[in-house]
Ligand binder design. Structure first.
Ligand SMILES: *Cc1c(COP(=O)(O)O)cnc(C)c1O
Length: 445
């Protein structure tokens, strides 16, 4: 099999041959007499090696209606970021090299000033993700000491990030104060002692406590902390840099608001509302950022050159706020008008109808998209979807339909809801329409 060996390498092919032969031996030892056909053996070896070589990480159509979907890779990068990643990936770069002096430079010089400019912070640093940012900040400022957090903010995000767990891994002990729905300033004041190193507020990004509730403002907490001589840190999660209300979107706190209210440190994600690569940003007081940068853990959590390049280009877009809606995919998608999405849905309906045939009833329906990734968990964005119902009405047929769409060359991911398969078209941009339609003929129904 010279062609196969050329394609996949000798070791891979030999291993697949051995595997097939040992299967045959085992069948024979169990008393079977399988036909020994060289062509059949060759065919099964080719299939085995080829399937092991299929990429497992592939691009999909996100038609779930959740723009920043954590399981589907969150933010899509802007064009300039993609170009910058390609550039640093394929060439040597001045990642840690100061071109002016010819001496060693700081890799964060490529982003720090821009983060400060967009947030009003004195200094900033960046690590692998926001979970790492929280871990590093806690470990630097409060190892072997206490951190005070409200019982209403002991958040779990996506199963593996839980404030109490990250706290203990950072070497801190958690002091819970207040209750789930109501925490007062005096609860914080009374929960603090000489061993307390940090006052922490966590943005409850993926849920909301409503009704009989109270919480001190960020300014009140900042004042309390500064009176006690300890820092006040806010884990903001989504890390919005923009005034959303100016774009007719629901209000979401900004990093600059948090700094303006007196937070000494703010941690937030790069790939949520900011619309960049996976990263965790820490912005705040220069002396605290300097301590964080010199923590030995920082090296283990630092950003690689491709992420830094993408983050720098994403942040640069914020210097042109008037063009942000056009150039930043996350913002473009969440501000996409419903009328535009509905028009797209209407134009796709006949294509889906002819690919699916008469066993399926398809309609264009109003729906509600979400921003996702814990940003504005309750608010929704009016959108439009293709709704597909199985005429026979069997649930198993509906699930099989969902599977068939996920098995297309570029998998199409929708959502099963109220006995129908829904494809919210908010995240299908004009240029993706043709590739989507083209592959509908391959649906295996
Ligand atoms: C999303 C989120 C995190 C975790 O951020 P990652 O970038 O996913 O690591 C931590 N805290 C809050 C409040 C969040 O919303």
């Amino acid at each position: 099999m010279p062609r196969e060996i050329e394609l996949w390498g000798h070791a891979q092919v030999a291993q697949a041959v051995r595997k097939r032969l040992s299967q045959l031996r085992q069948e024979i030892s169990l008393g079977d007499s399988p036909p020994i056909d060289l062509e059949e053996i060759k065919q099964s070896v080719v299939e085995e090696v080829a399937s092991a070589h299929d990429a497992t990480l592939v691009s999909v159509f996100n038609l779930t209606g959740i723009v920043l979907h954590s399981n589907l890779g969150r933010a899509q990068l802007c064009e300039s970021a993609i170009q910058a990643v390609k550039d640093v990936a394929s060439n040597a770069s001045n990642l840690e090299f100061d071109l002016a002096s010819g001496k060693r430079g700081d890799r964060e010089a490529h982003v720090e000033a821009m983060i400060c400019e967009q947030t009003g912070a004195e200094a900033a640093t960046a690590v692998n993700n926001n979970a790492a940012a929280v871990l590093l900040a806690l470990n630097t400022l409060a190892m072997d000491r206490k951190v005070t957090v409200s019982r209403g903010e002991l958040v779990e995000i996506g199963g593996s990030f839980r404030i109490p767990d990250i706290m203990s891994r950072a070497g801190c002990s958690l002091t819970e104060v207040g209750t789930t729905n109501r925490t007062h300033l005096k609860d914080y004041a009374e929960g603090v002692d000489t061993d307390t190193a940090l006052l922490m507020k966590v943005h409850t990004s993926n849920y909301r406590i409503e009704g009989y509730t109270t919480n001190p403002t960020e300014s009140e907490l900042a004042k309390l902390a500064s009176g006690l001589g300890i820092p006040f840190m806010i884990d903001l999660g989504s890390g919005n840099l923009l005034d959303f209300t100016a774009m007719n979107l629901p209000k979401e706190p900004t990093v600059a608001d948090a700094i303006g209210h007196g937070a000494d440190l703010v941690t937030f994600s790069g790939d949520k509302l900011l619309g960049g690569p996976q990263a965790g940003l820490i912005a705040g007081r220069a002396d605290l950022i300097a301590q964080i940068k010199s923590n030995p853990l920082k090296r283990a959590l630092r950003l690689d050159k491709m992420t830094l390049a993408a983050l720098a280009e994403t942040l640069k877009l914020y210097n042109h706020p008037e063009k942000l809606r056009e150039n930043l995919p996350t913002l473009r998608l969440i501000t996409r008008p419903k009328a535009v999405i509905e028009k797209l849905a209407t134009s796709l309906l006949p294509e889906f109808a002819s690919a699916l045939g008469p066993q399926y009833a398809i309609s264009v329906e109003d729906t509600l998209s979400q921003i996702g990734s814990g940003s504005l968990p309750v608010e929704t964005l009016p959108s439009s979807a293709l709704r597909i119902e199985v005429v026979s009405g069997a649930d198993s047929d509906l699930r099989a339909l969902g599977t068939a769409f996920r098995q297309l060359p570029q998998p199409v991911i929708g959502r099963i809801h109220q006995s129908a398969l829904w494809f919210d078209l908010r995240c299908l941009e004009e240029d993706q329409k043709a590739p989507l339609v083209q592959q509908l003929g391959e649906l295996n129904l």
